[in-house]
Design a protein around this ligand. Structure first.
Ligand code: FMN
Length: 353
């Protein structure tokens, strides 16, 4: 390994270590400000609840996926391998972490390809940054025979990261070009800072049809990158961004034109159900899954996903909804804080509350 490869692998490992250390959420996810309205007389049985969903042409038997994290070092190869086994056993999609390491250093490819080796028939998402070329994106897709490509947009992370990118002018053009020529669904995703109406409108105008708002409230890259700075002098930005709940309110006007996915601080089946109620087609978890496979093991992680889905179905009964479509039609009540956000931002929901 040369020095540059070494530094990349080291950075990847540092991200995993810092993320695992973030046991308690650094900031609020705002899910406590969204309330379902309890319904006392369910009109169907638990085994009739069907939370299957679609991300464009991709069919998911349950609305969950393992979101982008790792690859690019020996440790993260073993993590990817374990996550892929969990994805294979549960049938949920899995995204790999940023593949730039493999694009630049072929000796790191196996830390990503292991995911396809372990899960030959499953849905796998490739992941690149918005500075990647079309050729780079196509190579990433080819390496793991990806079913979808995630492009992460992470400006605050890059800016707080001591060695991060400072050039962003090419991002939108690259995204447009890749969306047009990738040949598979391209999901533009944040990394825990959420997305605003303006961002979503810009993406929509650029032809983007799949978005993961990945909001604030879970893994906090402002804190992680600050901890990697010599003087730890940017801690004041740890609250930067939009929570996942607020991002979904910002995204509500787009739900008929774009497939909106939710991630960022999803801790309970109730959080996940609230995301579906706010228009998300599926819900992703990163840190929680990392913790499961690293601390509890593959079998426990499989059981965790199975219970998570089962409990989502139970909550569906409590709001008398049999499908995701019906969940979006059930009433929800917002706390004054986020109702005020919605009003000040003049966000027009298409649902009746
Ligand atoms: C250790 C770690 C590494 C990550 N690396 C990537 C990455 O390479 N690409 C990406 O799009 N997102 C990456 N993320 C962000 C997640 O995909 C997700 O957007 C964010 O962690 C919020 O979800 P969570 O609160 O469930 O962790 C990473 C997250 C973690 C915890």
């Amino acid at each position: 390994m040369n020095r540059e490869t070494d530094l990349r692998s080291q950075r990847k490992d540092e991200h995993v270590r810092h993320a695992l250390d973030q046991k308690a959420a650094v900031v609020d996810s705002d899910f406590n400000h969204v309330h379902f309205v309890h319904q006392s007389i369910p009109s169907f049985n638990l085994d009739e609840v069907d939370l299957s969903t679609c991300i464009g042409p991709l069919k998911l038997s349950q609305p969950l996926y393992i979101n982008a994290m790792t690859g690019g070092s020996e440790w993260t190869r073993t993590i990817n391998s374990k996550l892929a086994e969990v994805a294979s056993a549960t049938g949920i999609p899995m995204a790999v972490g940023s593949m730039h390491a493999a694009l630049k250093h072929p000796e790191l490819e196996n830390s990503f390809t292991v995911v396809r080796d372990r899960n030959p028939k499953g849905l796998v998402f490739a992941n690149v940054g918005a500075d990647v070329s079309l050729d780079g994106a196509k190579r990433a897709i080819e390496l793991i025979q990806a079913d979808a490509l995630q492009i992460h947009i992470n400006a605050p992370q890059e800016l707080i990261m001591p060695e991060g990118d400072r050039n962003f002018r090419s991002w939108l053009e690259n995204i447009e070009n890749i969306v047009r020529h990738a040949g598979i669904p391209v999901i533009i995703k944040e990394v825990g800072f959420g997305m605003s109406w303006e961002t979503l409108q810009t993406l929509k105008d650029s032809g983007v049809r799949y978005v993961d708002v990945s909001g604030k409230g879970g893994t906090n890259f402002a804190s992680i990158e600050n901890a990697r700075r010599e003087h730890k002098d940017m801690d004041y930005l740890k609250n930067w961004g939009l929570s996942t709940a607020i991002s979904l309110l910002e995204a509500e006007p787009f739900v008929s034109d774009m497939s909106i996915l939710a991630s960022g601080g999803i801790k309970t089946p109730l959080d996940a159900m609230k995301c579906l109620a706010l228009g998300a087609k599926a819900v992703g978890m990163s840190r929680t899954m990392l913790e499961q496979v690293e601390y509890n093991g593959i079998e426990a992680a499989i059981e965790y996903i199975s219970q998570f889905h089962h409990q989502m179905c139970k909550i569906a009964i409590m709001i008398n909804a049999r499908t995701i479509e019906e969940i979006t039609q059930r009433p929800i009540v917002l706390s004054p804080e986020i109702l005020s956000w919605q009003k000040q931002r003049a966000l027009h929901s298409q649902r009746s509350r």
